[in-house]
Write a protein that binds this ligand. Structure first.
Ligand code: AMP
Ligand code: MG
Length: 408
């Protein structure tokens, strides 16, 4: 059986960077939504947050000790009040007076400084201070962190876990963040058996469904998965029906007679921006858009799926969510990559570690693009330039697969 469709010339092959440009050009950031702060972890802020009040909102004691009405001069102070966190007093301290204060307490007017309790001795209401206290010592001044109305976080910043407390301090218990994409994964292939089903001759398991689900889960996302036979009509119907922001089609992305992804996307009104990329694996990659909706046709080989997800799909997701796109790092190659003398742009599953000498990437052995075994260890992909064979010790471009780098 011939692999070529008579009368069809192969689609023009474009470079990886051209696909990235097309993705950047076609991807629009998703709309904003207001969600509870407790659910906003790692989202991208859509609108700047301003302090709703001075931070801190009042002059505050930074210590357990005594608020002094004047500088210590050797003479004892008279304790006139006790103030704990959460309590306030209308009293104004006069020179020679002191108030017992605990950390976080709102300071009375007239406070000159705080003397730490370990620097004081107190008997009944007589307080002696054994050290000099400069003006304002151990006082957290009202508005010292930010004034009411000042910008605390700019629009477009990522809500790292550390900022949750800051947002709460500003009463931002609801925040406006960019929506996350609705993603659908259409998994095509007559050869795919249902989970748990006994394998009939010629059948294999669907590796790509769970693979994409797990990759998206690592980004805090999920997907709706539909398994489809290799029917042009069924795929077309599913693509037309989809209301996803991002549609991923597994399999059938090539130009062969049994490949229906391109035709289905075009029938549903998508414009196809590329269908053949100088990328190994991942040459038959389709990128298409219809208004703000994006679609990828991802080659069915599971390793190709993994590579094209990291190499291209993640970029689209990042752009939709207002995040910076995944960046290539420079690392030292440790060990020879398989097919090191190949001249095509190739991705190699690798183990990226951070050693004393910086980032190092060790290529993992793999047999062909259906071989998933290296992914048990892979946390990165080496991208070869395709210009010269790679050698041990070379500086190479590496795309980390996840946020984390492990120490060697
Ligand atoms: P395709 O891109 O549809 O031409 O498929 C290329 C290769 O990947 C074939 O060997 C398929 O059997 C295999 N393949 C396609 N889809 C999957 C899948 N979901 N899980 C595992 N292998 C697949
Ligand atoms: Mg197929």
């Amino acid at each position: 059986m011939s692999c070529k469709t008579p009368g069809h010339s192969p689609p023009a092959m474009i470079e990886i960077e051209q696909v990235w440009k097309a993705v950047d050009r076609r991807t629009v950031a998703l709309s904003a939504e207001r969600i509870p702060l407790d659910q906003a972890g790692d989202r991208m802020l859509a609108v700047a947050v301003r302090a709703d009040t001075d931070l801190p909102p009042f002059d505050q004691s930074a210590m357990d000790g005594y608020a002094l009405g004047s500088a210590p001069s050797g003479a004892p102070f008279k304790q006139v009040a006790t103030l704990a966190a959460g309590h306030a007093s209308r009293r104004t301290l006069r020179p020679g007076e002191a108030a017992r204060v605990f950390t976080g307490a709102r300071l009375p007017r007239g406070t000159f400084a705080i003397a730490r309790q370990e620097d004081c001795t107190a008997k009944a209401d007589v307080v002696r201070v054994g050290v000099a206290c400069p003006h304002g010592a151990h006082v957290r001044q009202r508005g010292g962190i930010a004034r009411a109305g000042a910008q605390i976080l700019p629009a477009g910043c990522r809500l790292l876990p550390g900022v949750a407390g800051l947002l709460a301090s500003c009463n931002a218990f609801e925040v406006s963040v960019l929506r996350r994409p609705k993603i659908e994964h259409l998994v095509t292939g007559d050869e795919l058996a249902r989970p748990g089903e006994k394998l009939r001759p010629g059948r294999i398991r669907d590796a790509n469904g769970p693979l994409i689900q797990a990759l998206l889960a690592a980004l805090g996302l999920s997907t709706r998965r539909r398994r489809l036979s290799d029917s042009a009509a069924a795929l077309r119907k599913a693509v037309v029906k989809s209301d996803a922001d991002l549609l991923l089609i597994s399999g059938g992305s090539g130009p062969g007679g049994r490949d229906h992804a391109r035709a289905a996307l075009e029938a549903a009104g998508f414009a196809v921006h590329c269908s053949s990329v100088n990328s190994r694996p991942g040459r038959p990659l389709i990128f298409a858009s219809r208004g703000p909706r994006l679609a990828f046709g991802l080659p069915g080989n599971p390793l190709s799926h993994y590579v094209t997800f990291h190499g291209f799909v993640r970029r689209a997701i990042a752009r939709m969510e207002g995040r910076p796109p995944p960046r290539l790092l420079s690392a030292t190659l440790r060990g020879d990559p398989p097919d090191a003398d190949d001249r095509r742009r190739s991705w190699f599953p690798a183990r990226l570690t951070l050693g004393a000498g910086g980032a190092e990437a060790r290529p993992l052995r793999w047999k062909h693009s259906g071989d998933l075994t290296p992914l048990a260890e892979a946390n990165a992909l080496i991208l070869s330039s395709g210009e010269a064979p790679l050698r041990d010790g070379d500086r190479v471009a590496v795309l980390p697969a996840f946020d984390t780098l492990e120490a060697a």
